[in-house]
Design a protein around this ligand. Structure first.
Ligand SMILES: NC(=O)c1ccc[n+]([C@@H]2O[C@H](COP(=O)([O-])OP(=O)(O)OC[C@H]3O[C@@H](n4cnc5c(N)ncnc54)[C@H](O)[C@@H]3O)[C@@H](O)[C@H]2O)c1
Length: 256
């Protein structure tokens, strides 16, 4: 049995993942970490100050983190020094925070880090890459919509889309929303919507005179992210130290 600890256990993703781990026959939910103690599908949620002790006493094999960026950086450092494999789904990291995590992980533990664990989004990213290659001279606009409680914007998934587009069409200014007299330049427009309980929508629009191509992904339940993260947790245990993506977990062929 693979022993799993979930960080951010009381949150929307933490609860969905906890339920899924608890229901699986090859994984054991040995505890959760959050700001306040609570129960967690037959295990306990401990406060952050007791987190390291939880990892040691339970001999956890893998820690799954869906918290906030500042907390996730500390959790990654803690897991790395205790040689606990990692799955990190938290988004909103600064470049400095990413560098700190990379330093903590490399040569110490295997970690799967992805701004989106859904299989569909990972395939959608590949379609965006392929389209970017073919549509370099089109106007490009990126849209994302999420629930009213999401803290970071644009979403990590949208940032990954922007990185893929930059790889394929070259660097372009990002225009975050528009207001007043605006003249379109060779930019990528980025549009963020927040409201209600939207789980996660992303769209990329490529336009030229008389035609538009749209690629979109719609998530209607956060179990699509949770099942990807749980799949990644099974996969990452026993791998060589280093940072992996969901394309490694899913064995998706890289588009040349
Ligand atoms: N990669 C993906 O597929 C994916 C999918 C959905 C959400 N996310 C990201 O996951 C993160 C969590 O999303 P959510 O909707 O579950 O948010 P949420 O606010 O519902 O849950 C986050 C939880 O983390 C807890 N937390 C904060 N600081 C902590 C600390 N120091 N130690 C332990 N717990 C702490 C909070 O109390 C909260 O319960 C966000 O960054 C979100 O963007 C990623």
């Amino acid at each position: 049995m693979i022993k799993v600890v979930v960080c951010g256990a009381s949150g929307r993703m933490g609860q969905t993942i906890g339920r899924m781990v608890n229901e699986s026959s090859d994984l054991e939910l040995v505890g959760g970490i959050n700001l306040k103690p609570s129960s967690f599908f037959g295990a306990d949620i401990v406060e952050a100050k007791d987190a390291e002790n939880l990892l040691k006493t339970t001999k956890a094999d893998v820690m799954i983190d869906f918290t906030i960026a500042s907390a996730a950086v500390e959790n990654v450092k803690m897991a790395a020094r205790n040689k606990v494999a990692l799955v990190v789904g938290t988004t909103g990291f600064t470049p400095e925070q990413n560098a700190i995590m990379e330093k903590a992980i490399c040569n110490n533990v295997p970690a799967v880090i992805s701004s989106n664990f859904s299989v569909g989004v990972n395939i959608f990213w590949q379609l965006v890459r392929e389209s970017g290659k073919l549509l370099k001279d089109y106007d490009i606009e990126v849209f994302e919509a999420h629930h009213r409680n999401k803290k970071d914007a644009p979403s990590g998934t949208a940032k990954t889309i922007l990185q893929i587009l930059e790889d394929e069409v070259g660097p372009r200014e990002k225009q975050y929303g528009r207001e007043g007299m605006t003249e379109r330049k060779n930019e990528i427009g980025v549009h963020v919507i927040r409201g209600g309980d939207i789980v996660g929508d992303h769209k990329v629009m490529f336009s030229k005179n008389f035609e538009t191509i749209e690629l979109s992904h719609h998530a209607s339940d956060r179990s699509v992210f949770a099942s990807g993260a749980v799949h990644a947790a099974r996969w990452v245990v026993g791998k060589k130290p280093g940072i992996y993506g969901m394309s490694d977990v899913l064995n998706l062929k890289k588009i040349p």
